[in-house]
Write a protein that binds this ligand. Structure first.
Ligand SMILES: Cc1cc2nc3c(=O)[nH]c(=O)nc-3n(C[C@H](O)[C@H](O)[C@H](O)COP(=O)(O)OP(=O)(O)OC[C@H]3O[C@@H](n4cnc5c(N)ncnc54)[C@H](O)[C@@H]3O)c2cc1C
Length: 261
């Protein structure tokens, strides 16, 4: 977090490298921005997968195969890179460009003063405070910072998901597949496989007040891997138990707050 006279500081509650539940797919647009940030080369060195096309399945049948668009400002491919690696590259890149990195530091709140903002946080040793001219909240879907400026985050639709990794996956055709199925509507499954047969497999599902049906994610995941993916995955090759992730879809406003409050 930086402005004239203040060093940039990045607080994060976790230590790195760390996993995050994700499909690990980096779309062409993401690669474009990674280049602007100055770390696309490291991402491309570490990926084991360059994908130029993907498939869409509907009720078990492949209905669409498309290439990523060529001749746009973006690259004509996507890559896969586990978040454990990608996020660590991003952190190292931020530090290389001068950010002070404070892992294991959980931000709890903000206080506004005439000459700046105090970030209140907690580390293992106890509470800590930092003064800043500008605070950027990049703390994810359940952002503390957005709540501090008056937003409620759990208001709209919420997505829940399960993701697992499998070795030895074998797909005929494109390594990116997305599956829609009336039995798991409104949700979808995906399988993304790298060149060494490592598959990132997941399902996600959304619900809200108007559509409150909460799925049994474990049984959806089981059916997805056992039925839709039975030709390409072997269950015994699971690397770990599937992990869950949640994602509130909240169109938050306001986006910023200034002045002393
Ligand atoms: C199952 C699933 C699959 C997905 N698949 C894909 C995909 O294939 N491709 C894709 O592009 N996107 C995918 N996404 C979406 C993607 O994960 C998010 O859009 C992306 O992670 C958002 O980035 P972010 O930096 O805003 O938040 P995050 O990645 O959530 O990062 C927020 C950071 O802030 C830290 N933090 C949170 N609270 C605090 C606090 N109080 N104090 C200090 N630090 C804090 C967290 O520890 C974390 O490091 C997927 C999401 C899910 C749930």
């Amino acid at each position: 977090m930086g402005a004239a006279g203040f060093p940039s500081c990045c607080w994060t509650r976790r230590f790195f490298p760390r996993d995050k539940v994700c499909g690990d797919g980096l779309a062409p647009q993401a690669l474009y921005w990674l280049e602007i940030l100055g770390c696309v080369d490291e991402v491309l060195e570490q990926t084991r997968s360059f994908c130029v096309q993907g498939d869409i399945y509907l009720n078990g049948k492949q209905v669409l195969r498309e290439m990523f668009p060529q001749n746009t400002p973006y690259p004509g491919f996507s890559v896969l890179l586990p978040r454990r690696k990608l996020d660590h590259i991003l952190v190292r890149n931020a530090v290389f460009h001068g950010a002070l990195f404070r892992p294991g530091c959980r931000v709890k709140g903000l206080r506004w003063f005439p000459d700046g903002i105090v970030v209140e946080a907690v580390e293992d040793q106890g509470p800590v405070h930092f003064k800043a001219r500008l605070v950027i909240g990049a703390d994810g879907a359940n952002s503390v910072i957005t709540r501090c400026i008056g937003n409620r985050v759990m208001r709209g639709a919420t997505a829940v998901s399960l993701r697992g990794y499998y070795r030895g996956a074998c797909l005929n055709g494109p390594p990116i597949r997305v599956y829609f199925d009336e039995r798991s509507f409104p949700g979808y499954g995906w399988v993304f496989v790298d060149d060494e047969g490592m598959a990132n497999v997941g399902i996600g599902y959304a619900f809200d007040e108007k559509f409150p049906v909460k799925p049994n994610l474990k049984s959806m995941f089981h059916r997805f891997t056992q039925e839709d993916l039975k030709e390409s995955l072997k269950f015994e090759e699971a690397i770990e138990k599937p992990k869950g992730g949640g994602l509130p879809f909240t169109g938050t406003r306001p986006w910023w707050r200034s002045g002393s409050w």
